[in-house]
Design a protein around this ligand. Structure first.
Ligand SMILES: NC(=O)c1ccc[n+]([C@@H]2O[C@H](COP(=O)([O-])OP(=O)(O)OC[C@H]3O[C@@H](n4cnc5c(N)ncnc54)[C@H](OP(=O)(O)O)[C@@H]3O)[C@@H](O)[C@H]2O)c1
Length: 312
């Protein structure tokens, strides 16, 4: 069970969360709970009521345009969190153009702190070894390249003018988001992949706590810093699936090595490495869900996704 949330020992701040989605709205809710003023930006209308219910002030603007970014950043903030997602779509527009426009909009009103929830997709290692932040980030594919370009835009703009942190998140899961579990519960008989790839994951609430932790610690340090944000336990795909199937009381699916993997298609899937969280752990952060075993809902009887009880 997750423990109680740690108190944020910083003065109340105004925060703009660009991309108030799955991670962003959970972060916003925590900040509000600790007395901060939070503005949550989405690209489209529709989620305002949910955002307001969390105590976050909604703002609708497209950060990837000049006018939209200006609107999104209006009034400035002590802290800006760039947490937009292309949901598998146009990475150049969403990340690169979004970051460029936002940094331009903030030029005359820089925040004190800027956080970018990037991705471990920038690592291309395929040998199954451990990967820390100082390992080469040389993504061969388009999406990883664009994420790296986005990091570098932030690095150049921050240049000791403000505190900037990149959090390279591994696969985010949590309430309502368990893709493989969903498939297995839905009766999938096959899964893409050969089962021999390492899966790296982070519970959404631990990702949120990592941002809060970095807010609290070392925030006067103006050096540009990158942190992997992932749990303690990379797991081989076949072991993860076997564990889930055992708990669901169902036979394991067949792996299909040639089937496209994930929404990024095959280009993002050749990567096979264990992401290390040592740097962030060495600073004092610890995941409350060290592995999927603690992070997944109780199996098999928990209500899941659409709220229906799972038939045993
Ligand atoms: N989820 C993962 O497994 C994962 C893994 C690694 C890294 N990350 C990173 O974590 C961050 C958050 O991911 P998430 O899962 O919370 O994403 P999400 O649930 O898809 O939320 C993304 C949010 O960004 C908004 N958005 C997208 N484009 C925008 C734009 N041009 N202008 C303004 N808002 C925009 C969306 O608004 P609308 O809803 O209106 O479109 C939505 O509120 C992302 O930066 C992602 O790259 C996620």
């Amino acid at each position: 069970m997750p423990r109680a949330v740690t108190c944020i020992k910083v003065a109340p701040m105004r925060t703009i969360i660009l991309g108030c989605g799955y991670v962003g709205s959970a972060l916003g809710a925590e900040l509000v709970r600790h007395g901060h003023e939070v503005i949550g930006v989405t690209r489209s209308t529709g989620s305002e009521q949910a955002i307001i219910a969390l105590g976050i002030q909604p703002r609708v603007a497209d950060c990837s345009t000049s006018d939209g970014a200006r609107m999104a950043c209006e009034g400035g903030a002590d802290m800006v969190v760039f947490s937009v997602s292309s949901r598998g779509g146009d990475y150049r527009r969403t990340y690169v153009e979004g970051m460029r426009q936002v940094l331009s909009a903030l030029e005359s009103q820089p925040p004190r702190y800027f956080f970018f929830t990037g991705s471990t997709a920038v690592y291309a290692q395929t040998d199954g070894g451990w990967v820390a932040e100082d390992a080469p980030a040389e993504p061969p594919h388009e999406n990883g390249k664009r994420l790296l370009e986005t990091e570098n835009l932030l690095r150049a703009a921050a240049a000791r003018r403000f505190t900037a942190r990149v959090l390279r998140l591994s696969g985010v899961y949590g309430p309502g988001r368990h893709a493989v579990l969903d498939k297995l519960r839905g009766g999938a008989e096959t899964l893409p992949g050969d089962g021999n790839r390492w899966i790296n994951q982070i519970h959404r609430d631990d990702a949120v706590q990592a941002i809060l932790f970095l807010m609290r610690s070392g925030n006067e340090d103006r050096a540009f810093r990158i942190f992997n944000v992932t749990d303690d336990a990379p797991v081989l795909q076949r072991d993860y699936v076997a564990w889930l199937c055992r708990h669901l009381g169902r036979p394991p699916p067949r792996f299909q090595p040639d089937a496209p993997l994930g929404r990024g298609g095959r280009e993002g899937t050749a990567a096979n490495r264990r992401i290390s969280n040592h740097r962030l752990r060495a600073q004092g952060w610890a995941p409350r869900h060290p592995s999927y075993r603690e992070g997944l809902p109780p199996l098999p009887a928990a209500p899941f996704g659409n709220g229906r009880a799972v038939p045993i």
